[in-house]
Design a binder for this molecule. Sequence first.
Ligand SMILES: Cc1ncc(COP(=O)(O)O)c(C=O)c1O
Length: 372
Amino acid sequence: MRDDLLARLSQALSDREERGMLRTLRTREPGADFYSNDYLGLASNNACHEMLLASLHDNPQWLRGGTGSRLVSGNSALTLSVEDFIAAEHQTERALLFPSGYMANLALFSCLPKRNDTILLDEFVHRSVLDGCRLSFAGKIRFQHNDLDHLENRLAKAKGKCWIAVESLYSMEGDFAPLHDLVALAGRYGASLIVDEAHAMGVFGYGLVCDAHLQERVFATIVTYGKAMGAHGAAILSHGTVIDYLINFAAPFIYTTGLPDLFAVTIRNNYTFLKMNPHLHEDLQDRIRHFSAAGLPTFSGARSPIQAVPCPGIARLAAVEEMLESQSLFTFAVRPPTVKEGSERLRVSLHAFNTNEEIRQLTAILKELHDN
Ligand SMILES: Cc1ncc(COP(=O)(O)O)c(C=O)c1O
């Protein structure tokens, strides 16, 4: 590699390091988990794994690798049946599986909005939605987070067919989108609403769209399986025509190896396990109430498993994170560029398996830091 290129890359890394924003890979350490998306503990639930292992034992053919695009050799009767299962569970017409939520958003936003259309994006939507939009020739306009007046103002001026992109539960804020109002507003302007349910799926039943019976009024929903569902992958839920269109035109679906059967069967297994263990939702809500009782400042929703505690200043945030880690309390320090400079925060993710003692320990430290 040319020395001047390496020098340029090193310079970018040193700049980041100087600003306290360097990203590095770390391994999971033993301690209290306040940072993973495994809200219900399914990812390491032995009973859930036993159920999966028993079905794999009877069906070793499910261990076969992906082998090719789903349009070539990578499709199977199992994957199709799991998609039918997902669609039936969510009471939607069809479901299409993807290897990740990132890929699902890339597929949807790169392929559906066309030149002369306009995509209206909540300013806090996930990077995968933004990257999907970058691949589309449609115009893109951001509106202020959860601000319906601002969105309406933008809709009134927008050109062509309009698409609205939101998350039902925001990943860095832990607050909820006003789904009923959004559906009504989209309806008034003939816009198509797309809802990313990555963090709500599994935490609130099958997501907030399904919970509120809004499937018919939302153009498409993205659910992911690597968070509360304890597995991996994602599905786009929509009308049959939309799914057939994606199969024909979405490059991130066509030009990649299909999701292996093992992933599909794990997803189905975890849906079934969750149905058999509804208490996990209540356990999680109980832990959220326990955290909230400490009265820390947060702008997150009262029932949200994501509680964002403002902690402005990169250096201060790093010191808080380090201090918590020294007590084996693992949270996620959200720094720029993930959020704007000045709006740094500590993201506390709560889980059905967190103990009240762990929560007490964490909130006591945070309260002391906040009060001093
Ligand atoms: C809101 C949102 N959408 C999509 C994704 C991507 O999902 P996946 O991790 O399955 O790629 C994430 C992941 O962090 C997310 O938070």
